[in-house]
Structures are given as structure tokens and as C-alpha cells.
Design a protein around this ligand. Structure first.
Ligand SMILES: Cc1cc2nc3c(=O)[nH]c(=O)nc-3n(C[C@H](O)[C@H](O)[C@H](O)COP(=O)(O)OP(=O)(O)OC[C@H]3O[C@@H](n4cnc5c(N)ncnc54)[C@H](O)[C@@H]3O)c2cc1C
Length: 433
């Protein structure tokens, strides 16, 4: 199966020629102002490959391990066994590199540290083939294309929902009754037979207890509380003139005094230590633009800083590592997913205190199937969004698939419902004869 976002993009004619950089020209600088040689950088990269292979092996063979850090630790200890001939400097550079890998993996999972992530996060996840494609404005264009199929008057945007009252018997002005009333923050309300809730897990963590009346079943509340929802942010730095070579793709910052065993504890006072790399975006498309990432508490703290503070601290960091004048960026653009009151983080993960089946619990519609409910009362509140998609959670395609899943659930419901009505009609007709 192809990635459904890719399939939609093909359908809407939104695929453009990818203008990605080669991804091969890497430069690594240390906090002691050394640039590591290309052969050594290759060696460091092969450590990452070895670590990934070791992790896969451990996942298959070692059932005692619980967190992603646990498998990394076994792999790192395997690696260290072969470092007997290394000088203390080379050893600390290799350990510093492995800590950079930990920072990167923590950004990928949007977590503080790999100690927080259960092994189920990787043992259960499925992936589509193919790499990332950078295409400016792709998602806004995709949303516009999707919106074209929906009549304008059916869409209400900028209308935050305060409460979903379900299992009720609400009477409409035309005398019909409905089990659901959706109450908005501005006081407006709407009656409905079904709602599909797609708010983020971050929002649910803060509001689930009051957002639903009656309150959600205990196992759903427990899944909301236990599953992880961390923060990762992108920071774009735009420069008047580039201070890097045209061919360069990536700059890595390696702290020789850091090791992966320190465990990436939050360090708000020196939040910039969490920043480990800069990607050079394609110049033809983006101009002189660098992209860096931050995750965990440091990323959440960065959201409170001004553009000015971020620009000056990142410039000092680059100067410290590169040992030469580096210009200040003329603009800094940063995502602020944690402080967005309707998102409150970035995406979900299987935390060490949760299990993959909690994504399924979150996806279960209400009221729960007891087998005795009347058909028309079923499927009042349905749940979609990335954190309800067990195999592809934390992705846009997971979010899309979850929406299709719930749409299909309602379509099937009404096909069965109509089928039953038809049968009743036939029985009624039969009794006439
Ligand atoms: C930095 C970053 C990089 C990422 N990179 C990738 C990537 O490379 N590939 C990939 O596939 N995915 C990536 N993702 C993940 C992807 O963006 C998300 O998984 C996806 O957007 C989740 O979609 P969703 O519809 O479940 O939730 P959301 O996009 O969070 O949508 C939920 C919506 O609910 C609304 N809402 C919340 N509360 C209320 C309320 N009370 N009333 C009304 N509306 C409300 C919110 O405003 C929001 O619009 C990335 C995410 C981040 C943050």
C-alpha cells in the first residue's frame, strides 16, 4: 500500500519535482572548535548504523528490555568493547557523537529522552516505503483541495468546542430528537446524531475530564493519561548571506564532554545544548535558510523566548563550535506547538507507562458496545486523529487513515441500518400476502 497522503497528492496533481539536497555532505564541529575529518565523520555515521542494527537485534531477542534507551544502552556497550585502541579524545568524540544520535532520536519521537519511550513504539509501528519530500506549501494546498469537495456552508472554522454532551435526548426546533449536543466556547450549540472528535492527545490530556458529559469511560481516560505526547519544534533561520558552502547539507555539533549515558535530563538554563544540527535547505527553493530542531522541555522553554534571544544564542553556539565569525540570522521562524492551547505538544508516542493497545482504546466509539443497545443510539461519539491510529500514530498519514476509518464506520453503520429497515419492510410486506 502506498502512503495515502502521497496517493491524495497524486490525485490532486500536487506532486512537484523534489528539490532535495544530496544529503551526503556533512560537517561535524566540536565544542573545542575542531572540524572532524571526512573519514572520521564516515566512521561516526557507521556507529549510528551499527546502533540501529543492534537495536533491531535486541528487540527481536531480548524480552527483558523495556525502553528504547534500554536497547540503545546494550548496543552502545557492544560498540565500546571495540574501542580499546582509541585515544581519550577519539573516545570522547565517539561518545559525544552517540549523544548527538540520542538527541536526534529524541527529536524524532518528540520526547525528552529515550528512557521515556516504550519499545512498543518501534516494535509495533509500520512504515511506508520512500523518503521525505520537501515541497513548500504542500499541506496548505492539500487542505485547500480537500476543502473544495465540501460545500462552503457546511464548514464552520474558528469555532472551538467546549463540551460534547452525549447519551442525551435533545429536542430540535423541528421536534426531532438527537443524542448529542455540541456546546462551543462562544455559547453556540449544535445537535447531532454523531460527532467525530479529532482534537490532539495533548488537548485531551488537559480537557478530557470536562470536555465530555457524561465523562469518558475510565479506560479511555487512563489511555489519555498514560500515552505519551511530547514536544518537538522546527526552527528556521534565514540569513542575508550564507556562511556555509553551497554543496554542504548538514552541520553537526558534537560536545566532547557529553556521553549518551547522561540521559538527556532537562537543562532549561542551557537550552541551546539540545540543538545538535543544522540542515541547509535547498537554496533554489528556500533562499539562505537553515533548519534546526529542538525537543523536550528545552523546546517548550524556547517557545517563551523572543526571536532576538533565539537568534543571539544560536549565533553564539555556532561561533563557539565553528571558531569563526558567523553572521546573525535576519529572521527566525519557530513552530510553537506546545503553547498552542488547542494542540499542547507535537505528537504521540508509546510512553514507558503505556501500551500500544491504548491507541485502540482511544479509537473506540461511544457508547461502548454492550450488544443490547438500539442501533440508532450507537456510534454517538467517534474518535479520530493520529493518536487513535495504532500502526501509524504520530504521522499525517496516520491522522488521515484514522479519519477514513471513522467515516467508513458510519457508512457501514448506515448500510446495516438501511439493510435492517429493508428487511423489516420485506417482513411487513410478507405479512400482507
Ligand atoms: C515538528 C513536527 C514535524 C512533523 N513531521 C512529520 C512528518 O515528517 N511526517 C508526518 O507524517 N507527520 C509529521 N508530523 C506529525 C503530524 O503533523 C501530526 O501527526 C498530524 O498533523 C496530526 O493530525 P491530527 O489531525 O491528528 O491532529 P492536529 O493536526 O493536531 O489537529 C487537531 C485539530 O483539532 C483542533 N482542536 C483542538 N481542540 C479543539 C476544540 N476544543 N475545538 C475545536 N477544535 C479543536 C486543533 O486546533 C487542530 O486543528 C510532525 C509534527 C510536528 C509537530
Amino acid at each position: 500500500m502506498k502512503n495515502p497522503i502521497f496517493r491524495l497528492a497524486t490525485e490532486y496533481g500536487l506532486l512537484q519535482e523534489a528539490l532535495n539536497n544530496s544529503g551526503t555532505d556533512w560537517s561535524v564541529f566540536t565544542n573545542t572548535q575542531k572540524q572532524l575529518g571526512p573519514d572520521f565523520v564516515e566512521k561516526l555515521r557507521s556507529l549510528s548504523t551499527f546502533l540501529h542494527m543492534q537495536a533491531d537485534l535486541q528487540i527481536q531477542n531480548n524480552t527483558q528490555l523495556k525502553s528504547i534507551w534500554d536497547v540503545c544502552e546494550v548496543g552502545i556497550n557492544e560498540l565500546i568493547k571495540n574501542w580499546t585502541d582509541d585515544s581519550p579524545t577519539v573516545r570522547s568524540q565517539k561518545l559525544g557523537w552517540l549523544n548527538l544520535v540520542m538527541k536526534n532520536e529524541s527529536a524524532v519521537f518528540a520526547v525528552q529522552s529515550l528512557h521515556d519511550v516504550s519499545l512498543q513504539q518501534i516494535s509495533e509501528r509500520e512504515y511506508f516505503e520512500g523518503g521525505d519530500r520537501y515541497s513548500p506549501g504542500f499541506f496548505p494546498k492539500l487542505i485547500s483541495s480537500l476543502k473544495e469537495d465540501i460545500p462552503r456552508e457546511k464548514l464552520l472554522l474558528e469555532k472551538p468546542v467546549k463540551q460534547i454532551q452525549w447519551n442525551g435526548n435533545f429536542e430540535s426546533y423541528d421536534g426531532s430528537t438527537h443524542p448529542i449536543r455540541v456546546v462551543c466556547e462562544d455559547g453556540d450549540s449544535f445537535l447531532a446524531d454523531h460527532v467525530i472528535v479529532t482534537v490532539s492527545l495533548g488537548y485531551l490530556k488537559g480537557e478530557a475530564e470536562t470536555m465530555f458529559h457524561p465523562t469518558l469511560p475510565a479506560e479511555k481516560l487512563n489511555a489519555i493519561k498514560s500515552l505519551g505526547f511530547g514536544t518537538v519544534n522546527k526552527v528556521f533561520l534565514e540569513y542575508e548571506v550564507p556562511f556555509w558552502e553551497n554543496s554542504q547539507d548538514w552541520i553537526g555539533l558534537l560536545w566532547e564532554n557529553e556521553t549518551p549515558f547522561s540521559g538527556l535530563k532537562p537543562n532549561i538554563a542551557e537550552w541551546w545544548q539540545r540543538i545538535y544540527s543544522f540542515y541547509m535547505l535547498n537554496q533554489a527553493r528556500f533562499g539562505h535558510m537553515l533548519l534546526t530542531w529542538s525537543s523536550g522541555r528545552e523546546a517548550e522553554f524556547m517557545e517563551t523566548l523572543s526571536e532576538e534571544e533565539i537568534a543571539s544564542n544560536i549565533t553564539s553556539l555556532l561561533r563557539q563550535f565553528m571558531g569563526r565569525p558567523v553572521p546573525r540570522p535576519k529572521h527566525v521562524f519557530m513552530s510553537k506547538w506546545f503553547s498552542n492551547p488547542y494542540i499542547r505538544g507535537s505528537y504521540s508516542h508509546v510512553s514507558i507507562n503505556s501500551t500500544g493497545d491504548m491507541f485502540d482504546t482511544l479509537a473506540e466509539p461511544l457508547p461502548q458496545e454492550k450488544g443490547d443497545g438500539h442501533l440508532s443510539e450507537k456510534l454517538q461519539v467517534l474518535f479520530a486523529g493520529e493518536a487513535t491510529q495504532r500502526r501509524y500514530h504520530s504521522t499525517t498519514h496516520g491522522a488521515l487513515l484514522s479519519g477514513w476509518r471513522e467515516a467508513d464506520r458510519l457508512i457501514n453503520h448506515y448500510s446495516i441500518f438501511e439493510g435492517q429497515q429493508l428487511q423489516t419492510k420485506q417482513v411487513a410486506c410478507g405479512s400482507h400476502h
